[in-house]
Structure formats: C-alpha cells, structure tokens
Ligand binder design. Structure first.
Ligand code: SAM
Length: 287
C-alpha cells in the first residue's frame, strides 16, 4: 500500500529504474497476501479495474485486450491445427478467454500457481475471468515448471502468461524451462512466452531469447503496445519446434473472423507486423 499516495498508485520498481506509471485510484477493492505474492485490485478513475501483483500492474480493463489477444493468437495462428493448448500462469482468465475463441482449439489445460489470483479475478474482474467458464478448459492449481516436468509430447501450443521474473515466476525465464517446454510439445508445436520490454531490459530479453535458442530451431520476437505496461510496450518470444516461421500465420484471421471472434486488436496483418522490429532491437536480438 506504500505505492498509493494522494489517491494515485505508482508502479515503482527496480525492473524499470527511474520511471514509473501512475494510475488514479477511486477505490481499493482487494488487498491481501497469498502464499506467493501480494494481490491488489483497484477501481481506477480512467482505466477501469486493475490487477496488481507484488506491486506490478498485470492488467487493466482499459487495455488488457491487446496483451491477451496477442499472446494467444500469435502462437495459435502460427500453428496449422492448435487442438491441444497449455496455458502456464494467466490467473486473470484473459488468455483462457481468447483461446476459447479459436475454432480449431479443442482442449485447453491451464496451470496457475496462485488460487487467490483466480478467486480475485472471478470476484472483481469478470471481463477476463469469463475465460474460466470455457467448456474447453481444465484449470489446475500448481507450479507450471513442475507440471512441465511431468508432461511430455502433449501440446500443440504452450502459452506462458507469467508475471515478471520475480517471485514464483523466476523459473519460467530459465534455460531449463525452455528445455521442458520443448519436451511437452508435440511435433511441430509452437510456444509463446511473455518477455519484457526492449526499452528498459533489452539485455534481459536477449538473454531469455538465447535460452530459448538452445532448444528451439526457430525463435522470433514480437511486440505489442499496452499503455499501462512499463514504456507502454511488451514483447513475446514465439518459437517453433519445427521449421515453420511463426511470423507467417497458418490460420488467417480476416474481417469475417475478427467479427466472429470479437477481436479488438489481433488480425492477420497485425500478426506479421508484430515481428517487424526497429534497428536497435534487431541488432541486439538477431546479430
Ligand atoms: N499479463 C500479465 C503480465 O505480463 O504482467 C501476466 C498476467 S497473469 C496474472 C500472471 C500469472 O502468472 C499470475 O497469476 C501468477 O500467479 C502466475 N504465475 C507466476 N509464476 C507461476 C508459476 N511458476 N506457475 C504457474 N503460474 C505462475
């Protein structure tokens, strides 16, 4: 609660030194400690409801669709037949909501470590928690890293919608995690992992990409804009276990599909454009 002063929440954190985003607060809806992290839900004045874990903004009602659609549809559409999907993390339910929409997805398993995040979302963030009502979904409470150690050759797509690399999420950015991801995928599978911003942590982004490169033959980086994330931007590692380029969609989302699935951000053109990077980023990540 130190982060709320004079009616403003400020996201001060050493992960993005010297800068922070502030949200004007109308009401604190929930403030509790789980076994893993501090869970805070705010009613903000201009961004709807916001979920904050360990002092870091996870999503706001105003702009969550950009993140949830991109982390889901980039890997789902990079795969020709994504029938079995695994979500690691994603405790707000937004990624499950998006996976449900894809017509070729038949079954989604979700492994979230913290039941208190799921409960908080069900109670206060129904626009995302509706994902938990999907008849395609099996939700398990547990550690995604451990789950992966016990499951081999099972999934077409694995989406890691984790919090930043502190607390329970540290393991989800390591080289051994990418080895486990590869093992849990079926032939030709695709993964997508949340991976920071190029503005404040380019070296860290590169380090995680290099971990992934040790186990996947095709590794790409894509970005999207989310105004309430640090520097207003976040990136994803999208990697394929086969030879296909994940930057080229195998399932095309045109105007009819956008309408059908109620997509506000993702379409086929956005898919390809997300992988186009500026020179200073290309130089560090791909040279
Ligand atoms: N969109 C968000 C972002 O990038 O800031 C991530 C949202 S989602 C709420 C992140 C979730 O990952 C949290 O609910 C957290 O509990 C979960 N998580 C962290 N470490 C985990 C682990 N090892 N296994 C499973 N879930 C984990």
């Amino acid at each position: 609660m130190d982060q709320i002063r004079n009616g403003w929440f400020s996201e001060i954190n050493e992960l993005w030194p010297g800068q922070c985003l502030s949200l004007q607060v109308e009401e604190v809806l929930l403030n509790e400690k789980s076994d893993f992290q501090d869970v805070l839900v705010l009613q903000t004045k201009h961004h709807g409801r916001a979920l904050i874990l360990d002092g870091i903004i996870q999503c706001t009602e105003h702009d969550e669709f950009s993140y949830q659609e991109m982390i889901s549809f980039l890997p789902l559409c990079a795969h020709p037949a994504p029938s079995r999907v695994l979500i690691v993390g994603g405790g707000d339910g937004g990624v499950a909501r998006e996976c449900h929409k894809h017509p070729l997805v038949e079954h989604v398993v979700q492994v979230e470590i913290d039941s208190k995040v799921v409960d908080a979302s069900r109670r206060f963030l129904p626009f995302m928690a509706q994902g938990f009502d999907s008849d395609k979904l099996t939700l398990t409470i547990g550690d995604g890293f451990k789950y992966m150690e016990e499951h081999k050759n099972e999934f077409d797509v694995i989406i890691t919608d984790s919090s930043d690399p502190i607390g329970p999420a540290v393991n989800l950015f390591t080289e051994s995690y990418f080895r486990l991801l590869k093992g849990a995928l079926k032939r030709g599978g695709v993964i997508c992992s949340q991976n920071g911003t190029v503005w404040t942590e380019l070296d860290k982004v590169k380090e995680t990409l290099d971990h992934c490169r040790k186990h996947f033959p095709v590794v790409k980086y894509a970005v999207t804009s989310v105004p309430t994330y640090p520097s207003g931007q976040i990136g994803f590692i999208v990697a394929a276990a086969g030879k296909a380029d994940p930057a080229v969609p195998k399932f095309r989302v045109g105007e009819a599909e956008v309408e059908e699935m109620g997509l506000r951000y993702y379409n086929g053109e956005v898919h390809s454009a997300a992988f186009v990077l500026p020179n200073f980023v290309k130089k560090v990540l791909y040279d």
